[in-house]
Design a protein around this ligand. Structure first.
Ligand code: CA
Length: 407
C-alpha cells in the first residue's frame, strides 16, 4: 500500500494522528463494566473490539480475538497477521463497513489495558555502540571501552519473562546485596542506584524448530512486531553480582513493556540501513540494506523529557539478534521476547540510561532545577516511541511506570 492511493479513515480524530490507519497496533483490553479481556486494535483514541466484528464477518480466526491475550494470534503466522491487517484497514477506511465497525469502537479512556501476550523466554541484548562504549568508559576508564567480542556478535543474556509487566504497572524499589568499592563486605537493603534502560522489544510470533537456526532473512516470518521496553536496573546490586555470569537480580525484579504491540508491517516505512559494521560480521550475521529502524525515543521523568535516544544508531539489527539467538539450534516460541539493549546516541542528551546521564553517578544532572543521579521514590518514567509511517508519524504506545518505596 502506498500513501497516494490509501483511502482515509472514517474514524473521527484518527486521520493525521499518531494512530492513523498506517499504524494499527494490537493490545488486550477490558471495558470497565465487563471484566473479560480480549484483543483490540487501536485507531486514534479508540479501540476496535475485534471479536464481534470478526464474528459478524465470519472470519475463520475470529475466536483468536476472544482470548485474553495475543498468544493465539501471534502463533497464527505471517499470512494471518497480514490478512487481518488488510481486513482492519478495509473496515476502518471503507464507508460501507462503517455500520459494522463503528459500534465496536470503544473510547480508550473507558478501557483497561492488560499485558498484551504471555511472555515466554526473554533475552536482552546490548546492541548500541554508544551505550556499550559509554558503559566501558564509566567502569573501565583506562581500558579499551569495547570488549573484544562486541563487534563480532550481539552480546546478550537471558532475562526473566515472568516479571515483564505492562505499561502503567508500578515498580517497587528492589532490595538486595550491594557493596561499595571501598567497603570490606556487602550489606543488604534497598537499591540506591535504581535506573532505567530505554529499549525496543521484539515479539516472536511464529515458532522455530529446535536444532534449526533462524536465518537473518527469515526475521519477518518469525517476528510479529515491536514494543517499547524499559529494562529497570538496580546498578548497585548489578555491580556486585554480575561477575562472572552477568545480570541477575539487578534486572529481574521488573521489565516494563508498552501495552500496544506494533506490527512490523507498520514499520516498513521506518526501515533504514545500519550505520555500518566494521569488521564485517561472520556469514550468518550478514544483512543487506534496510536492516535497521528509524525510531525516535523520548525519556520523560516527572513530565520533563531528559533524553531522546535514536534507535537508528543501533549497531546490530534485530534480524542479527534473532539469528544469533538461534544459531546454536535454540528454538523460539510464540510470545518470546528479545530486546535491543539500551538505546543511546552519541550526544549527551541521547543517552538512554541514568547511569550514562550521570556518568556513573559522578556527574549529577538537573531535573527541573533539582540535582539528580538515579531514580527516587515517586518518580514517574514514561518512554514514548514514534516512527515514520506511511501517512505520517506513528506512535508505538508508551511505557509508563512509577517507583514505589522498597517494601
Ligand atoms: Ca538492558
Amino acid at each position: 500500500m502506498t500513501t497516494q492511493n490509501r483511502p482515509a479513515t472514517w474514524v473521527e480524530g484518527a486521520a493525521g494522528s499518531l494512530f492513523d490507519v498506517d499504524n494499527l497496533p494490537y493490545g488486550v483490553f477490558s471495558r470497565a463494566d465487563d471484566d473479560e479481556p480480549r484483543v483490540g486494535v487501536r485507531i486514534g483514541d479508540l479501540v476496535l473490539d475485534l471479536a464481534p466484528v470478526a464474528a459478524a464477518d465470519m472470519m475463520e480466526v475470529a475466536h483468536l480475538f476472544e482470548e485474553p491475550g495475543l498468544d493465539g494470534f501471534l502463533g497464527a503466522g505471517r499470512q494471518t497477521w497480514s490478512a487481518v491487517r488488510s481486513w482492519v484497514v478495509e473496515l476502518l477506511t471503507d464507508e460501507h463497513e462503517r455500520g459494522l465497525a463503528e459500534p465496536a469502537l470503544v473510547p480508550l479512556d473507558e478501557v483497561r489495558l492488560h499485558r498484551p501476550f504471555t511472555v515466554g523466554d526473554y533475552v536482552d541484548f546490548y546492541c548500541s555502540l554508544d551505550h556499550a562504549s559509554n558503559v566501558g568508559r564509566i567502569f573501565r576508564p583506562d581500558a579499551e571501552p569495547l570488549l573484544p567480542n562486541w563487534r563480532h556478535l550481539p552480546v546478550g543474556y537471558h532475562g526473566r519473562g515472568g516479571t515483564v509487566v505492562p505499561s502503567g504497572t508500578d515498580v517497587r524499589r528492589p532490595k538486595g546485596q550491594r557493596k561499595a568499592p571501598e567497603a570490606d563486605a556487602p550489606t543488604f537493603g534497598p537499591s540506591a542506584r535504581l535506573d532505567i534502560e530505554a529499549e525496543l522489544g521484539f515479539v516472536v510470533g511464529t515458532a522455530s524448530r529446535l536444532g534449526t537456526p533462524v536465518a537473518v532473512d527469515a526475521f519477518a516470518d518469525h517476528v510479529f512486531g515491536v514494543v517499547g521496553l524499559n529494562d529497570w536496573s538496580a546498578r548497585d546490586i548489578q555491580a556486585w553480582e554480575y561477575v562472572p555470569l552477568g545480570p541477575f537480580l539487578g534486572k529481574s525484579f521488573a521489565t516494563s513493556i508498552s501495552a500496544w504491540v506494533t506490527p512490523l508491517e507498520a514499520l516498513e516505512t521506518a526501515r533504514v540501513d545500519l550505520p555500518g559494521q566494521d569488521p564485517e560480521p561472520l556469514d550468518y550475521l550478514r544483512v543487506g540494506a534496510g536492516a535497521g529502524y528509524d525510531i525516535d525515543v523520548e525519556v520523560e521523568i516527572n513530565g520533563t523529557v531528559v533524553a531522546r535516544p535514536p534507535y537508528r544508531t543501533m549497531y546490530w539489527s534485530p534480524a542479527q539478534m534473532l539469528a544469533h539467538l538461534t544459531v546454536n539450534g535454540a528454538s523460539v516460541r510464540p510470545g518470546d521476547l528479545f530486546a535491543s539493549g539500551t538505546i543511546s546516541g552519541a550526544e549527551r542528551d541521547q543517552r538512554g540510561s541514568l547511569l550514562e546521564l550521570s556518568w556513573g553517578g559522578r556527574e549529577p544532572w538537573s531535573l527541573d532545577g533539582q540535582e539528580r543521579t538515579f531514580l527516587e521514590d515517586g518518580d514517574e518514567v514514561v518512554l514514548r516511541l514514534t516512527a515514520p509511517g506511511a501517512l505520517g508519524r506513528i506512535g508505538l504506545g508508551e511505557v509508563r511506570g512509577t517507583i514505589l518505596p522498597a517494601g
